[in-house]
Design a binder for this molecule. Structure first.
Ligand SMILES: *[C@@H]1O[C@H](CO)[C@@H](O)[C@H](O)[C@H]1NC(C)=O
Length: 308
């Protein structure tokens, strides 16, 4: 009897132990009773995380930077905008300052003297400045456009089928309600899929930037999930995978970015100067050519008069 109780206890303990994992992040470490999971975000800095949800992007980015310092990953994208104010993350990963709840702080400095303001996805939305730069608020990203290329399929599929497939895949993989998948565009020739994930302006409950981070990792690099199975969607009975390195993410915020036109202005001034110089040179050339022609003409006329 005693043996049976002991065995049951051991089994229970093993059961509890195996329960203590973080399926939503391979970088998280879990232990203790009650089970607690943490992410190593600094050299000796453990961040407690809630593994029942996708983890905050800010914590993950911090963890990635720590890993990169130990010797790991990198990235860089390019592409076409959903609207005028959309921005792309050209800076890549930095070591962010996070709030206790995993939100990005409005001002980021990457541990340097150079600082800038970010949106809720941690993407830079102002020029870089020094430590005195003022960032009044974290502007919310309410719209993510994710552009990707799928691997060839044996049978042609429609835009509607792709939309259904993406909605299902994102619900299953990221627990993203289908209502957030607002629009899906599809170019069969280029095998390009454009997914617009959008929430209402003012919505502070759903954090789309987490979905953005997980999906980007899934498609570009390696899944953040412990389960390393690739992102794939079932389209009309066919398994559809994405081409690696081909995803582009656009961020649209409740307030547009505030980049000054410094570089652009310089370029425009240069163009204007070149055009003016060219016009003046042209006019001068024309003037001299005409004067020469006129002189020749009057000389010729003079000789004709002499002949008469
Ligand atoms: C942040 O700093 C790291 C070096 O610590 C550097 O590799 C990275 O490019 C920086 N990122 C940005 C966005 O400045």
């Amino acid at each position: 009897m005693k043996l049976l109780i002991a065995l049951t206890l051991v089994l229970l303990a093993v059961g509890a132990f195996s329960q203590c994992t973080c399926p939503n992040s391979k970088w998280a470490v879990c232990d203790g009773t009650p089970c607690q999971c943490t992410l190593l975000v600094g050299s000796n800095d453990k961040q407690v995380v809630d593994c029942t949800k996708l983890l905050p992007k800010c914590f993950l980015m911090k963890a990635q930077m720590r890993r990169a310092r130990m010797g790991n990953d990198a990235r860089a994208p390019i592409g076409g905008k959903p609207n005028e104010t959309a921005i792309v993350d050209n800076d890549g990963v930095y070591d962010p300052d996070c709030e206790a709840d995993g939100k990005f702080k409005a001002r980021q400095c990457n541990n340097t003297e150079e600082c800038w303001c970010v949106n809720s996805a941690g993407v830079r939305r102002t020029d870089k400045g020094d430590k005195t730069i003022k960032c009044d608020e974290v502007v919310e990203t309410y719209w993510l456009r994710m552009q990707m290329i799928h691997k060839p399929l044996t049978k042609a599929v429609t835009k509607e089928e792709i939309k259904t497939a993406m909605e299902n895949a994102m619900l299953a993989r990221y627990k993203l309600a289908k209502s957030f998948v607002k629009d899906v565009d599809y170019d069969p020739e280029g095998r390009m899929i454009v997914v617009d994930v959008k929430k209402d302006i003012g919505d502070r409950k759903e954090d789309l930037t987490r979905v953005g981070w997980y999906m980007e990792k899934d498609i570009k690099e390696k899944p953040q999930f412990v389960d390393q199975s690739p992102f794939e969607a079932m389209v009309a009975g066919q398994k559809m995978e994405m081409e690696k390195e081909k995803v582009v993410v656009y961020y649209v915020d409740e307030k547009g970015p505030e980049f000054t036109m410094k570089h652009l202005t310089g370029g425009i001034i240069a163009v204007i100067v070149v055009v003016i110089v060219a016009v003046i040179a042209g006019l001068l050339a024309l003037f001299f050519i005409r004067r020469q022609q006129q002189q020749r003409y009057s000389k010729a006329q003079g000789r004709e008069m002499d002949n008469m």
